[in-house]
Design a protein around this ligand. Structure first.
Ligand code: MTE
Ligand code: MO
Length: 318
């Protein structure tokens, strides 16, 4: 697969149909049709070996700040959590082809001086896009290292001018069951909702993401606009955002609503507190099949974010 630059090609073509098709055929042929947690990574690895891919020059030798190798474009775009398109890791890449991320409107409401329905282009202008390599650590204990493209969330927030009453910001994913097959079932309560405390939202690491590997987000990664909060579990990274609401009260996020025993509002990566059903001490860096790394407190961003939680009991505030 050749990945062309976004200037040459409409975003809808970045992951062409033929790739989905070939991948499906491959998976069927290899007997991974019902690929579960362990089968999917080996499918990814086999694909990596069998298909050449060309990524924009500047990513070729890029590494994370911790000198880690980046996950391949294929890892990033074929092993996803996006329940709106199904619950298997391969479902979002397979089932999101009908989704139309443009035109797109984001509604800004609540405690702000400049509420409104913003067209995507206005919402993002005039900020400059940046590439930032961040680890994504899922609560299920796998991780990837991904070059995201986006703009710091604080730039967007400053432009809409929150009032003094804004203590939290709540984000919502679009609801479009006609294009999002998973939304035809009550897998979760739709829409998917996430929230941040204002100081978390204003932190310079928090990114409003529009792309991966320098190219527009593919549908399965949350086109056209998703959040990445690198010191938190991946589920805070709400995808395909259509609403930002500034509020005084702590919002009820989707996973807490689903199971408040297992998931809290803060969702900071914390190796010292086990998930009720599994240990958090180690993580599996894809495409490995093994929990091959120790989990890092705050996903390794502690130097920059630990002060936000000074004095808080991080076992209670999971
Ligand atoms: N709307 C929506 N956003 C979502 C999810 C989802 O199911 N629906 N899954 C979350 C979880 S659990 C993770 S780990 C990340 C995965 O992002 P990625 O597929 O781009 O790696 O998206 C998050 N954002
Ligand atoms: Mo996740």
């Amino acid at each position: 697969m050749i990945i062309r630059r976004p200037s040459d090609v409409p975003s809808s073509e970045i992951t062409p149909e033929s790739v989905y098709f070939n991948r499906r055929q491959f998976i069927a042929a290899a007997g991974f049709g019902a690929a579960g947690l362990t089968a999917a990574p080996s499918a990814l690895r086999a694909l990596d070996a069998s298909q050449e891919q060309e990524i924009p020059e500047r990513f070729q030798n890029m590494r994370s700040e911790q000198n880690e190798q980046l996950n391949s474009y294929r890892d990033v775009t074929t092993y996803n959590n996006f329940y709106e398109f199904g619950t298997d890791k391969g479902d979002p890449a397979k089932n999101s082809g009908e989704f139309r991320p443009r035109p797109w409107t984001v509604s800004v409401t609540g405690e702000v001086n400049k509420p409104g329905d913003y067209q995507l282009e206005d919402f993002l202008r005039p900020a400059a896009m940046e590439d930032r390599v961040y680890r994504l650590r899922c609560v299920e204990a796998w991780s990837m290292v991904i070059p995201w493209r986006g703009i710091p969330l604080y730039e967007i927030i400053n432009r809409v001018e929150p009032t003094g009453n804004a203590k939290f910001v709540e984000f919502r994913t679009v609801v479009r069951p006609s294009e999002m097959t998973g939304q035809r079932y009550s897998i979760l309560q739709w829409p998917y909702v996430e929230g941040l405390r204002m100081d978390e939202a204003m932190h310079p690491l928090t990114l409003m993401v529009t792309g991966v590997y320098g190219m527009d987000l593919p549908n399965q990664n949350g086109a056209p606009l998703r959040l990445i909060v690198p010191w938190k579990y991946g589920f805070k990274g709400v995808k395909s955002i259509v609403s930002m609401r500034f509020v005084e009260e702590m919002p009820l996020n989707t996973w807490q609503q689903e199971n408040s025993f297992e998931y809290g509002f803060y969702a900071n990566v914390n190796p010292q507190v086990d998930h009720p059903r599994w240990s958090q001490a180690r993580e599996r860096r894809l495409p490995s099949l093994f929990a091959n790394r120790p989990t890092q407190m705050f996903n390794s961003y502690g130097d920059q974010v630990a002060h936000l939680y000074a004095g808080m009991d991080l076992e209670r505030w999971k």
